[in-house]
Write a protein that binds this ligand. Structure first.
Ligand SMILES: Cc1ncc(COP(=O)(O)O)c(C=O)c1O
Length: 490
């Protein structure tokens, strides 16, 4: 395959010029797959979004059938067609490695960038592929620090790893605004955030660049923040000079991300999460005025040859994950992203209703502000007892088995009045118990002294997954009550 745009690009690559390829009009561009697409074999015809979850799980994912996997939000799960295409790319590349890297790779890279830019509605010249959202966030923050960043406004629910990055920036002031639970409505949430941004901006000293870092769907308090409104409110309050970085690690597929309409300066998105791309696929979008200054963390041949070129080549690496985004996008286009979102939100609604009614608890965020993840409050489990019998490495089966007959799995009380304040280790013990004793992968969290599980729904999940969770937690509650008596506690 040759390109009409072929010529020597940066370094010694006898390739097509990355910047020029990105400027080719859509009407003149065609998909450039150099082999019969193995992903085609997986495509479902007809009303694909209606395909049932267990069939999809068995045929389109690698997930173990016996494990109840309701933690897609952690590290995603790749689609089989994507993995098949990633493997095909790796094998194709190794057929003639020099030809591929030296003369072909940039064409394919640009092809995927263009497809992704169409999917999220942005200028492909502003979108670059990176291995993960962490790299994208580090790239922006460190790049801005080099250019004199003065302060960062961030949410109290900022992703833990990002907080470590922020805390390491000695010369930058940090200002936190809080998303507090329970969230009652979108209006109240926005009003609270606006009040805090105003108070904060009144109190900061003049001058210097301010970055507002927004976790669009925070991982420890999943709520779909109204991005466009939030950015426009912050720019109105703080002035157009305010820069905004959207941490969109969870955005793709969960929401219909239209980058051109949200008004952000920088957007970092994972493709290996909800889009089910191969691990090591993500992108960074940079709005036009910032592209000339934004450099990758690693300087290589493309450095100083333009924004896109600098990121397209940061050294030789396995590019299977990037190039197989082609298959991920094709898969969701055929499934129909709006239909998939309706299906997932419907399942989340059913699952959360089932869990809250079974545990007699509530959701800290209204269902209409959720997409595919939810925090659900757990019943007031006696975790002091649980912690004696469960660790990261397993459960004391003898203890749990010994109280099996004793256990009455009945209706849970609405709150036992014991006034427990839960902490990290309590949540960890619940999570470990569910993993070891019940084969359920779900994160448990302690937030503001209460215990929650964060459930995820994806196309391979069905209501039975959440029924198993509901029953397992009810059993755990009663087992802890029985064990406490056995252990001689009051
Ligand atoms: C909100 C948020 N931001 C950033 C990340 C980091 O993603 P990655 O490890 O793929 O870089 C995550 C991962 O779960 C996340 O939840």
């Amino acid at each position: 395959m040759t390109s009409p745009h072929a010529r020597r690009d940066f370094g010694s690559f006898h390739s097509s010029n990355v910047e020029e390829l990105l400027a080719v009009p859509v009407s003149e561009w065609r998909r450039l797959l150099p082999f019969p697409d193995p992903a085609e074999a997986f495509f479902i015809s007809g009303a694909a979004h209606q395909c049932d979850a267990s069939t999809l799980k068995a045929t389109h994912f690698f997930l173990e059938e016996e494990f109840t996997f309701i933690n897609h939000g952690a590290f995603g799960a790749v689609l089989r067609p994507v993995m098949a295409q990633a493997t095909a790319w790796r094998e194709h590349m190794e057929g003639q490695p020099v030809r591929f890297v030296d003369r072909r790779f940039f064409l394919h890279y640009v092809d995927v960038v263009r497809q992704m830019a169409t999917f999220v509605d942005c200028d492909p010249r502003g979108l670059v592929l990176v291995p993960n959202a962490t790299t994208a966030i580090n790239t922006v923050v460190r790049g801005l620090v080099d250019r004199g960043l003065r302060r960062v406004i961030h949410l109290n629910v900022t992703y833990g790893a990002t907080m470590k990055l922020l805390r390491s920036l000695e010369s930058v002031e940090m200002h936190q605004i809080d998303v507090t639970m329970p969230i009652v409505s979108r209006e109240e949430l926005m009003a609270g955030l606006e009040r805090q941004v105003k108070d904060l901006y009144d109190s900061v000293t003049e001058g210097g660049t301010t970055l507002f870092l927004i976790d669009a769907i925070p991982s420890n308090l999943p709520v779909v923040l109204p991005l466009k409104d939030l950015i426009s409110m912050a720019k109105t309050v703080c002035g157009e000079g305010l820069l905004t970085l959207v941490d969109g690690a969870h955005l793709l597929l969960q929401t219909d991300l239209r980058i051109n309409t949200i008004g952000a300066d920088f957007v970092a998105c994972n493709c290996h999460k909800w889009l089910c791309g191969a691990k090591g696929s993500a992108f960074l979008y940079v709005a036009e005025p910032h592209r000339q200054h934004m450099r990758p963390l690693v300087a290589s041949h493309g450095y100083l040859s333009g924004f896109s070129s600098a990121f397209a080549w940061t050294g030789l690496q396995d590019v299977g994950a990037y190039l197989s985004l082609d298959a991920a996008l094709a898969f969701w286009r055929r499934m129909g992203p709006p239909a998939v979102r309706v299906r997932l939100h419907g399942l989340l609604d059913e699952a959360t209703s089932l869990l809250t009614s079974s545990w007699r608890t509530s959701l800290p965020v209204p269902i209409d502000l959720l997409a595919t993840m939810a925090l659900v409050e757990l019943p007031r489990i006696d975790t002091a007892t649980l912690r004696r019998h469960v660790s990261s490495y397993g459960v004391n089966r003898d203890a749990f088995d010994s109280c099996a007959d004793d256990v009455r799995v009945g209706e849970l009380p609405e709150g036992d009045g014991m006034g427990r304040v839960y902490e990290y280790a309590d949540a960890e013990s619940v999570q470990n118990y569910l993993y070891w004793a019940e084969g359920i992968e779900v994160p448990a969290k302690s937030l503001q002294g209460c215990l929650y599980v964060r459930i995820s729904v994806h196309v391979y999940n069905c209501l039975d997954d959440y029924r198993r969770l509901a029953d397992a937690v009810a059993k755990l509650y009663w087992r802890c009550e029985a064990l406490r008596r056995k252990d001689g506690d009051p």
